[in-house]
Ligand binder design. Sequence first.
Ligand SMILES: *[C@@H]1O[C@H](CO)[C@@H](O)[C@H](O)[C@H]1NC(C)=O
Ligand SMILES: *[C@@H]1O[C@H](CO)[C@@H](O)[C@H](O)[C@H]1NC(C)=O
Ligand SMILES: *[C@@H]1O[C@H](CO)[C@@H](O)[C@H](O)[C@H]1NC(C)=O
Length: 367
Amino acid sequence: MLRTENVLHVLISFLQVALRSLNLGICPKLNSLVIEASSMVVLELKGCGVLSEASINCPLLTSLDASFCSQLKDDCLSATTTSCPLIESLILMSCPSIGSDGLYSLQSLSNLTMLDLSYTFLTNLQPVFESCSQLKVLKLQACKYLTDTSLEPLYKKASLPALQELDLSYGTLGQSAIEELLAYCTHLTHVSLNGCVNMHDLNWGSSGGHSLEPTVYGSYGIFSQENVHESMEHPDRLLQNLNCVGCPNIRKVLIPPQARCFHLSSLNLSLSANLKEVDVACITLCFLNLSNCCSLETLKLACPKLTSLFLQSCNINEEAVEIAISQCSMLETLDVRFCPKVCSMSMGKLRAACPSLKRIFSSLTPS
Ligand SMILES: *[C@@H]1O[C@H](CO)[C@@H](O)[C@H](O)[C@H]1NC(C)=O
Ligand SMILES: *[C@@H]1O[C@H](CO)[C@@H](O)[C@H](O)[C@H]1NC(C)=O
Ligand SMILES: *[C@@H]1O[C@H](CO)[C@@H](O)[C@H](O)[C@H]1NC(C)=O
């Protein structure tokens, strides 16, 4: 079957082999590929960097990973979407030769729910908004050429109504675009903004968060009945996971009850070196990672379900930690390793402040 060193014809259907999964990522010199496989479900071409001609005829294919196939062009993608209409997951990460025509061809994939376009030079996402209406997961890491208006249809025109996960990490999206996105796309459950230099303070209190009206919510507690009635006008945020790891311009994170984060369970702000103040009141939060937030000084938590708190290498002082955890009646894991102001001799004090603690990680050397 191997015609030359660089050309691979896989005619699996004729061999009557029910091959369901194939990984050709080990063939970096492959430049031409013909696959006819009637029962193939998963195909990985990851790293086939010189592959320029591919004829993929796999009518049952649901998952295609073509990341780092830098020579793959629109005509090839279009032909593939026609011959493999059941694709649900498509990874085109680092496929810089794919443009609008290729993306418009995704409309043949009526079951497409996951699309990864990370590390591409795309400037226009309109073809995605128009062609991928079922999309649940969209990954756009390090798409440095996307402009502030590229994502506007998401929050101004309610494009991609089924979208749950959005990854905009290492992008250059501006602050107001990020703010609007977070304020209006309340249906997103997982948002990643790691390494976003334009990610500024996260202030979902009365002054920030465009969709909030402090006069309506300001005086009500999170547990009050009144809020339940108001939820018709101001939908709850469905956000479960928010990752803002390594965002150098975040200084303050304020998530009060009126932010309506009734599903948030994990918040990862680690490595955000200038983060000074964290004030979170969230009844569902379980996991908070503030490791390597070396500027952290103020920590206020009203998070009754918090089980894990990571404060490794934070410069926060012991009393602030003690007060913060005293409000967390379900906290089991606390990491205070390499915290210069938290003395390893004081673990008893921390345990006393928070009797539910099961594991405290601390540095051995007293500071
Ligand atoms: C693909 O989507 C169609 C509806 O568009 C649905 O009927 C079908 O079950 C889906 N197929 C798979 C394999 O999920
Ligand atoms: C938090 O971020 C770090 C660094 O990216 C990652 O290793 C870790 O898995 C994240 N945790 C969660 C729960 O997302
Ligand atoms: C917390 O964040 C740090 C730094 O990003 C990471 O190394 C660590 O794995 C994270 N912890 C967990 C439990 O996710």
